[in-house]
Unconditional design. Structure first.
Length: 469
């Protein structure tokens, strides 16, 4: 599958390692081997086989880095990746076909079509919070699209990054797909190279740096960022179910999820009942207050930041923490100010501030006062309220009467808008993201219509108006 003279090229010293690696991949891409349907399908199969072969190592690494249980690791990481591979393998043949487009009158008797073409050498920069999911899902799109790829996992999840490197090394040669380990230095050096496409998942702050680097080479890119994703609960909602599903969205991965509910906008009539039901939900999630399955906060820096947020407002549920384990208890905080620290930054933890409202317009005004969020959730049985929010608030994606699960369907594109990102992926959209569609017009040579050629006359103008109006 990978027999090629490029295999025998080697790096020319650490100083130029990244440059040489990009050149290796560029030469392999230009050989045309990545373009065929057979090659792409085999590559997807190799990736799947390598992931399954190293599944036990992934569980161990995710537990070491984040204290993820096997069930949560499979639910949110490995299972989603394997399902995405399956979906791509099922659909890829159809995606790769040229798309026939009806010609305009002036193009007849020619034919028009769109032809998908890979971008080339791609860079995929993944975050630490879902280190398997957010590394491999973009890679699947890059492979399906016929590209080569360099993966840069986060240094904040070092054990998982090492397993990812092992998986890729077992499945692919470095001139096709490679993994670079390291931190900020490696990120900086990689961004100095000229890629054909960059896919970045992370914070808006780092996203700006990536976009600036891409702009220097006019490199196309996708930014999957984050932001303060609101959840609205109106007075018509099923409060018990809303509390359980919001609690799920807030405690999965300890709230370290780019689409986690960031703050709660709740009608004053149902606030007290919601707090009671949220407490009930947590008691069912963690029987006897056993939080051994709770994911830990990734670093001391983030842990101390979250502890600082516990000092704002009035804690009505939770609020405890464990310095030794790096755990923050799921917490509800009432009476927070819109200008407080907790409302000025993405929380990225299991803390949920509560803001009470009387009229839905208050919610819309608050949401619009922030940057466009990556996700929005509304719990309601009132279609008028639901439609009012959907028509007036801009956001990447979301759920009605649920949280998080909109990203679990490969048929639904996932991505942000404005400050929460640009571009999207998952399923067909992942293929599209790593593909340039060339527009092709093929004209007939059987005969030639002279209407378009000089010299122009009043008669030609009259005929043109008849044809093109």
């Amino acid at each position: 599958m990978y027999k090629n003279k490029i295999l025998y090229l080697t790096y020319k010293g650490e100083k130029n390692m990244f440059k040489n690696l990009v050149e290796l991949q560029k030469k392999f891409y230009q050989s045309g081997k990545t373009r065929s349907y057979k090659f792409r399908m085999k590559a997807l199969s190799r990736l799947k086989e390598a992931i399954i072969a190293n599944e036990a190592s992934l569980y161990k690494a995710l537990e070491q880095d984040l204290n993820k249980s096997k069930a949560e690791a499979y639910l949110c990481e490995i299972g989603i990746v394997l399902d995405e591979i399956r979906y791509h393998q099922k659909q890829l043949h159809g995606w790769m076909k040229k798309q026939i487009v009806k010609p305009s009158i002036g193009q007849m008797p020619g034919t028009c079509y769109r032809l998908p073409e890979p971008y080339g050498v791609t860079l995929i920069m993944a975050p630490w919070n879902y280190p398997v999911n957010l590394c491999f899902l973009p890679l699947i799109g890059a492979i399906s699209g016929g590209n080569t790829a360099i993966l840069k996992p986060s240094s904040y999840a070092p054990a998982t990054a090492k397993v990812i490197k092992k998986i890729i090394k077992e499945a692919f040669p470095p001139y096709y797909i490679s993994v670079i380990l390291g931190g900020r230095r490696e990120n900086t050096l990689l961004l100095k190279e000229k890629f054909d496409y960059i896919f970045f998942t992370g914070s808006p702050q780092v996203g700006k740096v990536v976009m600036e680097a891409a702009a220097k080479n006019l490199t196309a890119l996708t930014l999957e960022l984050g932001g303060k994703s609101p959840v609205i609960v109106d007075q018509t909602a099923n409060i018990s179910l809303a509390a359980k599903r919001i609690a799920f969205g807030k405690v999965i991965n300890a709230g370290q999820t780019c689409v986690a509910p960031d703050y709660l906008l709740i009608h004053k009539e149902v606030k007290d009942k919601f707090i009671a039901e949220y407490k009930n939900a947590l008691e069912k999630f963690f029987p006897n207050n056993n939080m051994s399955q709770m994911v830990k906060i990734i670093s001391d820096k983030h842990y101390n930041r979250l502890k600082g947020l516990l000092t704002e407002g009035r804690i009505v549920l939770g609020g405890r923490y464990d310095d030794e384990k790096g755990h923050i208890e799921p917490t509800l905080i009432d009476q927070v100010s819109l200008t407080s620290t907790i409302m000025s930054e993405e929380i990225f933890g299991p803390i949920l501030p509560i803001i009470t409202y009387e009229k839905l317009e208050e919610c819309i005004e608050i949401i619009r006062s922030f940057h466009k969020p990556l996700a929005l959730y509304i719990f309601s049985e009132n279609n008028k309220n639901i439609n009012r929010v959907l028509k007036t608030c801009s956001f990447g994606g979301g759920c009605i009467n649920d949280t998080i699960l909109h990203l679990a369907n490969p048929r639904l594109p996932f991505g942000g808008v404005g400050y929460s990102g640009m571009g999207s992926y998952h399923g067909k959209k992942s293929f599209d993201t790593f593909t340039h569609y060339r527009s092709i017009f093929r004209q007939s040579t059987k005969f030639d219509i002279p209407l378009r050629y000089m010299p122009y006359s009043d008669l030609k103008l009259k005929l043109l108006k008849k044809v093109l109006r």
